[in-house]
Design a protein around this ligand. Structure first.
Ligand SMILES: Cc1cc2nc3c(=O)[nH]c(=O)nc-3n(C[C@H](O)[C@H](O)[C@H](O)COP(=O)(O)OP(=O)(O)OC[C@H]3O[C@@H](n4cnc5c(N)ncnc54)[C@H](O)[C@@H]3O)c2cc1C
Length: 465
């Protein structure tokens, strides 16, 4: 479907005035000071994205009066948490299919915990009065290839949701590429990603968390019952620590091969006029995704821009996180082309922003946890492309693990198991490129997976975004 042709001039024109950088971060944000002198605390949180912020907030709510310090190498929410699509999905397993295949016995529990987490997040946002543009409008999965229609029909029968035929789905959102849809009303919200991070930071500070920006943890040592974290300018002495550093090099060497950075690219349009919006409908303002292996995700903002991302998940040899990978003209052209194939009636639309971010991908496509240094350090990594909702659950798991007493969360097989690491280079690169190539082939041959993908499936290994 996305092989269709679009006038190259239209694509160039549409991107010509776009600004490079996350549209979400184009708002006023609070400043926090750098750490300049030694500090002692009960809990040190390293990383100021959603995971670190939820950890700090819930830690101080569990233990009012505890000294909780959060340090962020750059700015709060500047990384994945300020660049994502803002889809807050209930899934903790990067979708039902992945969860069922890996943890069939506990999948129902994982699903229930995922919905509980989404409801809990909504309740936290309401309780704390966080201004995040939260909209619980549900998720519309669309089929754009004939073989995907039956997938959606089967998913509706197995996992719930309302199957929509071609006429019904196009009545919701008018794209000629849609062949069918699956609408799930309760399991997804959309949010302003950067506001969520900034508002969580405000709530943390209100609750007594000390936040320091421009404070990079370079080394973690332990002696006796204390941890020492070096930030260059100061030493933090802590009883416990949570490492919420996502795709960035872990302070624990053992974690370095567990994930790889995969670049995900996004465009945002100018706000649609009422006339432009009328051409496509989308009155229910659901989040939308297509169900290819290489998928697009898109949603409306409060001021009616379309944020349009996905498809071209790129891994670069050497596993580096590097801002130089972000401005990738060929990918933005591809995304714009697919946009106009999806919405040909919006050929007068221009893109205002283009940006990218690194996704923390592991071989099981969803978060994994662990403890280090005699149980005094907890870590979580590997959200792959679905961490906005899962980060809150992950934070609770980290705090449970540090507390030490078993909880329904820490008893989960998903939490107790670690994924297999990726191999070192050059094998990682060869394997990931072969997987991407095979996934693309599967998307173009009625979803049929080749022997390479079937072998990875059998081993429980893979690559996703
Ligand atoms: C383009 C894009 C689109 C996405 N879309 C979605 C989506 O729609 N829905 C969804 O569920 N997920 C999505 N994701 C994934 C989601 O954004 C992430 O899973 C989530 O934001 C992870 O939050 P985090 O706090 O773990 O990581 P981050 O937001 O990356 O925060 C980690 C922080 O740790 C800091 N840090 C690292 N090392 C150190 C150190 N040594 N010392 C101090 N600080 C350190 C970093 O500076 C960074 O700020 C998307 C991701 C990207 C990149």
């Amino acid at each position: 479907m996305f092989d269709g042709r679009v006038d190259a001039d239209l694509v160039e024109r549409s991107l010509a005035a776009s600004t490079f950088g996350s549209m979400w971060l184009d708002i006023l944000r609070p400043d926090y000071p750098p750490l300049t002198g030694p500090v002692t605390c009960d809990l040190l949180v390293v990383g100021g994205g959603y995971t670190g912020l939820w950890t700090a907030l819930h830690a101080i709510e569990r233990n009012p009066g505890a000294r909780v310090v959060l340090i962020e190498a750059n700015r709060i929410g500047w990384a994945a948490s300020g660049r994502n699509g803002g889809f807050v999905d209930a899934s903790l397993t990067h979708g039902a299919e992945n969860g069922k295949a890996r943890w069939p016995k506990e999948f129902d529990t994982l699903s229930a915990m995922g919905v509980e987490n989404l409801d809990g997040m909504q309740a936290d946002i309401d309780r704390l009065g966080l201004n995040t543009d939260w909209q619980r409008n549900g998720m519309l999965l669309v089929a754009t290839e004939p073989h995907q229609v039956d997938w959606l029909r089967d998913a509706a029968a197995e996992d719930g949701g309302r199957f929509l035929d071609t006429h019904q789905v196009q009545a919701e959102v008018n794209s000629p590429t849609y062949l069918a849809g699956l609408y799930s009303a309760d399991t997804c919200a959309i949010v302003h990603p950067a506001r969520l991070a900034f508002e969580l930071a405000r709530a943390c500070q209100d609750a007594g968390v000390q936040i320091y920006e421009h404070t990079n943890a370079t080394r973690l040592d332990s002696s006796g019952s204390t941890l020492r974290v070096d930030t260059g300018a100061a030493i933090v002495t802590a009883r416990h620590a949570v490492l919420a550093t996502n795709v960035y090099p872990s302070l624990l060497r053992r974690n370095r091969l567990r994930t790889v950075p995969v670049y995900d690219y996004v465009l945002s349009t100018d706000p649609l006029t009422d006339v432009q919006l009328d051409r496509i409908g989308w009155r229910s303002r659901q989040g939308i995704g297509d169900c290819a292996n290489q998928f697009h995700y898109y949603r409306l903002t409060m001021d009616n821009r379309i944020v349009w991302g996905g498809y071209d998940a790129v891994y670069h040899f050497g596993r580096r996180v590097d801002a130089g990978y972000e401005d990738r003209p060929s990918t933005y052209r591809l995304l714009a082309t697919h946009f106009f194939i999806t919405f040909p009636q919006l050929d007068d639309i221009r893109f205002s922003h283009r940006w990218a971010g690194a996704i923390d991908t592991n071989t099981r496509f969803c978060a994994h946890w662990g403890l280090a240094r005699d149980g005094r350090v907890a870590y979580v990594n590997g959200f792959t492309g679905l961490g906005v909702g899962a980060a809150r659950f992950a934070a609770d798991v980290c705090l449970d693990l540090l507390d030490g007493a078993p909880t329904p969360r820490t008893e989960l097989q998903m939490v107790r198991e670690r994924p297999l690491p990726f191999p070192p280079e050059p094998l990682a690169s060869v394997g990931i490129q072969a997987t991407r190539w095979s996934l693309d082939r599967a998307d173009h041959s009625a979803g049929r997976r080749n022997i390479f993908l079937r072998t990875l499936d059998a081993l429980g290994l893979g690559f996703d975004s």
